[in-house]
Design a protein around this ligand. Structure first.
Ligand code: GLU
Length: 294
């Protein structure tokens, strides 16, 4: 009989070095929480490849000067990544093609609900199931007769595209994903409800773009904050529906301030830019984020 240690050794030595990525949105300056996330991802690549992706689908909120500052700040910190940097806004046609596949499989429906409609539905649904972003969408537009849908589209009513999660889960079957710290996790399709895959104002969404991009960039180990653990359930389902490879995941803890609050854009004195201007060296900033100097 082969002993377990030699089998484990064989698996470890034959598993390719990881490909990881850091994927900031250029909607503001990078803060110390981003430093932690970026250094975590680069460290997890360990002899493998570390990639960068600019998540700029929201053209209204993203600004070129923030993108330039991200590249400059990460370089100043001492991080090196492979080029070219992938920019989501350059791949809208790929997102469209994936939507066409899902639509062809009957898994999408147009949702005409306005923010006001959604607020009203949520207010009347205090006992309804809740997801990470509040009450789950109640499927009002899923139930619209085809003739009403066609008429509303023809009349120019703006709509988002939602995934019919029940149908998607039935098609995808039982799924799991592996998190390096948490082990194997069973996918819970109903936790997030009928998520939006194409917004009214942007012809894709975070979930769709991230899932497709991780596959396109050949990411084998997705690292990100544990605040996005719920999103991985959705991404795993999309991978199965679109025939994409399944990466491993590593959801890391979030860096918090002295009051236990996670860092956010409001923490202006904790941006790399400000720390830099107040005289911190790259090594000092790495240390502030809990990483030993490079
Ligand atoms: N763009 C996302 C953010 O800035 C990260 C998405 C991800 O890592 O999956 O929070």
């Amino acid at each position: 009989m082969r002993d377990t240690a030699s089998i484990v050794l064989k698996i470890v030595s034959s598993s390719p070095a990881p490909v990881t990525r850091f994927a900031p949105s250029p909607t503001g300056r990078l803060h110390i929480g981003h430093v932690y996330s970026a250094l975590f991802s680069a460290a997890a690549a360990k002899g493998g490849r570390f990639l960068l992706r600019i998540e700029d689908i929201d053209r209204g909120r993203c600004r070129p000067e923030f993108e330039a500052a991200i590249l400059e700040d990460l370089g100043w910190l001492g991080l090196r990544w492979e080029t070219p940097v992938r920019r989501q806004s350059a791949h809208m046609a790929d997102y469209r093609s994936a939507l066409d596949v899902l639509d062809g499989d009957g898994l999408l429906y147009p949702c005409f609900c306005t923010r006001k409609d959604l607020r009203a539905q949520a207010a009347g649904a205090t006992l309804a199931p809740h997801g990470p972003d509040g009450p789950l969408y109640r499927g009002i537009c899923r139930a619209l007769p085809p003739s009403v849908r066609a008429q509303r589209i023809a009349s120019g009513s703006p709509y988002a595209l939602r995934l019919d999660m029940k149908a998607a889960a039935a098609r995808a079957g039982n799924l799991r994903f592996v998190d390096r710290e948490r082990g194997e996790i069973e996918v819970n399709p109903t936790a997030c409800g009928d998520v939006v895959l194409a917004r009214k104002d942007v012809a894709t969404s975070y979930h769709l773009a991230v899932t497709l991009d991780d596959a396109a960039q050949g990411i084998t180990l997705v690292t990100r904050g544990e605040d996005l653990l719920h999103a991985t359930h959705i991404h795993r389902i999309l991978q199965a529906l679109l025939g994409l490879p399944e990466p491993e995941y590593w959801h890391h803890r979030l860096l918090r301030d002295a009051h236990g609050r996670r860092y956010a854009k409001r923490d202006r004195d904790r941006t790399i830019r400000d720390l830099r201007q107040s005289g911190h060296s790259p090594a000092a900033v790495r240390e502030l984020a809990g990483f030993a100097p490079a």
